[in-house]
Design a protein around this ligand. Structure first.
Ligand code: PLP
Length: 412
């Protein structure tokens, strides 16, 4: 008999990001920071090479009393004003009108973990894109779920045919579907779906929901760095048209929105046509929260409310500076990539650009060759992820050209 559960996955975690980040750190000590490109870190960095921590956010936090910071939150699902502010923030100018509940979580990860733990029974299949944030896979495995991938892209657009094919097959096999869509500003490609693509997804879920329950998890971790912020939430209006047998969980993260990765705050926004279904999901999420992390960062919930209620204009202006910076960095990288024919996945906005390499062996060799040339990035199953969020313009300059040359040398 094993000490640990029979069904638990005990293989050591292979975190592609932290492992390469460690190598980058060692290289800094060896050859100096100016001689390396560290494109591993998925946090916003300034042009001076330090992590961005918004003044509007941290000055407000400094005004919160230590007693407030010390306290537990008002309830397991979070403070009432936090939940109301999160809903308003996500809804924006949309006409979202579904019954809803908000559950505060430790980051967007907490919200996604709640869905992985509570909707599917062991050995059921969860539908993920073939190009995705690696934590989804870890969470699925940790909950004994099997993974089915739909192809993310066809001809540089969302591959709706693959989505329809795989989701239909899963519904046929297990009578229930759970799917994760990380949009807008998808990690790792930087793609954002069009309204038309979203419409097709909702149509497919409504169709399948005639056979069984459909759960859509919409991970919006990067939504607040869209180039066209005013229209970044337009697709949410389509959620009003879901059928009774569809539930939506929007996973919201304060990590990127507030530059507060370490403060561990986010939320699960649960929506469905039927109020009793929303309440049922809220109840299971509340029980699950109580039995895992209990409750979340009280001072940071208060800070979110304070910034969004009393200092939103200044906060938006400060955040805009970084949206503009991401635009400059991405345009520079992409224009050089185009010039030298370095293939990338379709990027629109956000923290990451991914160089496309479809042969995994070549991809591994290329990744190592980049490291040998002091370019540190994250290897994925279909390419190399460049975190432009953390690379200053001076180091983005010429990067795509160097990367192409290293690739060509490898081919020789
Ligand atoms: N979703 C995606 C796609 C991410 O890249 C991340 C963070 O890297 C998250 C969710 C969640 O982050 P956190 O748990 O810090 O909110």
């Amino acid at each position: 008999m094993k000490f640990i559960k029979q069904t638990i996955d005990d293989t050591p975690m292979k975190d592609n990001v932290f492992a390469v980040a460690k190598l980058a750190k060692a290289a800094v000590e060896k050859v100096g920071a100016e001689n390396i490109v560290n494109a591993t870190i998925g946090s916003l960095y300034t042009e001076a090479g330090v992590i961005a921590a918004f003044d509007t956010v941290y000055n407000a936090y400094d005004k919160i009393s230590k007693e407030d910071k010390a306290q537990y939150s008002q309830s397991i699902t979070g403070n009432q004003d936090y939940k109301e502010t999160v809903y308003k923030w996500i809804k924006g100018d949309t006409k979202l009108a579904l019954p809803y509940q908000v559950i505060a979580t430790p980051g967007g990860s907490g919200a996604i973990a709640l869905t992985m733990m509570n909707f599917l029974d062991s050995h059921m299949k969860v539908l993920l894109p073939d190009l995705a944030w690696s934590s989804y896979k870890t969470m699925a495995k940790n909950n004994n779920l099997e993974i089915v991938n739909y192809k993310m892209f066809k001809d540089n657009h969302f591959d709706i045919d693959s989505f329809v094919l795989e989701s239909t097959e899963i519904m046929k096999q297990q009578g229930k579907l759970m799917v994760i869509i990380n949009d807008p500003s998808h990690n790792p490609s930087g793609y954002s779906m069009s309204i038309d693509e979203w419409q097709k997804v909702i149509t497919q879920l409504n169709l399948l929901s005639k056979t069984g329950p459909c759960i859509l998890v919409n991970d919006i971790a990067y939504i607040d760095y869209c180039l066209d912020l005013k229209h970044s939430r337009d697709y949410l209006n389509l959620f009003n048209t879901i059928s009774d047998n569809v539930a939506i969980i929007v996973a919201f993260s304060c990590s990127k929105t507030l530059t507060s990765y370490g403060m561990r705050l986010g939320a699960a926004l649960v929506m469905a046509q039927n109020e009793s279904l929303v309440d049922q999901i809220k109840n299971i999420f509340e029980n699950c929260a109580r039995s895992t992390w209990s409750n979340v960062n009280n001072g940071w919930m208060d800070n979110f409310v304070e910034v969004m209620t009393n200092d939103q204009t200044a906060f938006l202006a400060e955040k805009q500076h970084y949206i503009d910076l991401l635009k400059q960095r991405s345009e520079l990288f992409l224009s050089e990539a185009k010039k030298v024919n370095l293939p990338v996945f379709p990027y629109k906005e956000g923290f990451f650009i991914t160089v496309k390499i479809d042969n995994d062996k070549v991809c591994s060799a290329y990744h190592q060759a980049l490291i040998d040339n002091n370019i540190f990035a994250v290897k994925l199953n279909q390419g190399i992820r460049i975190a432009i969020c953390s690379v200053p313009l001076i180091k983005v300059q010429g990067l795509a050209i160097r990367m192409k040359k290293i690739y060509d040398d490898l081919e020789k």
